[in-house]
Design a protein. Structure first.
Length: 217
């Protein structure tokens, strides 16, 4: 994960915790919220991995029990080791596979969070997060007006907060920070939408950002 991508994702997590009176926040407040967010992510990641381990152990124990109880092994002398037996592809087995897949996905997510948290300690990442926050703080009304202007048929208060925050971060970068390629900013905004929001969000966000670039950048 690149440093700027980590900054954008952590900024999104930070934005989710800000209230409407953003003008009251100071630089140290943004830094404090980032730290708290990282600690929350680490705790959540630990819980997810612990759950994965529990699920994997449960599946393993069920397989061992199935083998022990299989007629081929029940008929063997007690002193003999079990012989491997076929596991039928039943809905029960499919359910266990689903558990394993879910555990694998959560583990990958935990690794992603671990990388994100590691990057958060880099000075450049923290500086860029705070830069996004301060620029948005200075231009909030203008940025929200841009969103309202191009979200045809949508009241800004009715837009999903996660989508609104993704747009706010991207527009802040596009229109006011202006030190990253337009395509990179938009592509990473769409990736955040795919990761955190609904299936319809990427196209909605892409449409608004395309208009912002055309008009303001």
């Amino acid at each position: 994960m690149q440093a700027r991508r980590a900054s954008r994702e952590l900024a999104l997590i930070l934005f989710s915790q800000l209230d409407k009176n953003i003008e009251k926040y100071k630089k140290e407040d943004f830094a404090s919220i980032v730290l708290k967010s990282v600690r929350t992510l680490i705790s959540s990641s630990y819980d997810e991995v612990s759950l994965c381990v529990s699920q994997l152990n449960e599946v393993k124990n069920q397989i061992i029990e199935y083998e022990n109880s299989h007629p081929d092994n029940l008929s063997r002398p007690i002193e003999c080791e079990n012989i491997p037996v076929a596991i039928p592809l039943t809905s029960d087995a499919e359910g266990k596979i689903d558990i394993l897949l879910n555990a694998a996905e959560k583990t990958l997510s935990a690794l992603d969070i671990a990388e994100l948290c590691t990057l958060s300690s880099q000075e450049g990442v923290q500086e860029y997060i705070i830069k996004i926050c301060e620029e948005f703080q200075n231009h909030k009304e203008e940025i929200d007006k841009m969103i309202s202007s191009y979200a045809f048929g949508w009241d800004i208060e009715r837009i999903f907060k996660i989508d609104k925050d993704i747009l706010r971060i991207a527009i802040t970068e596009l229109a006011f920070i202006k030190d990253a390629p337009h395509k990179v900013v938009i592509d990473e905004a769409l990736e955040l939408a795919k990761k955190y929001s609904t299936d319809d969000s990427p196209s909605f966000i892409n449409g608004i950002l395309a208009r912002v670039v055309e008009k303001y950048v």
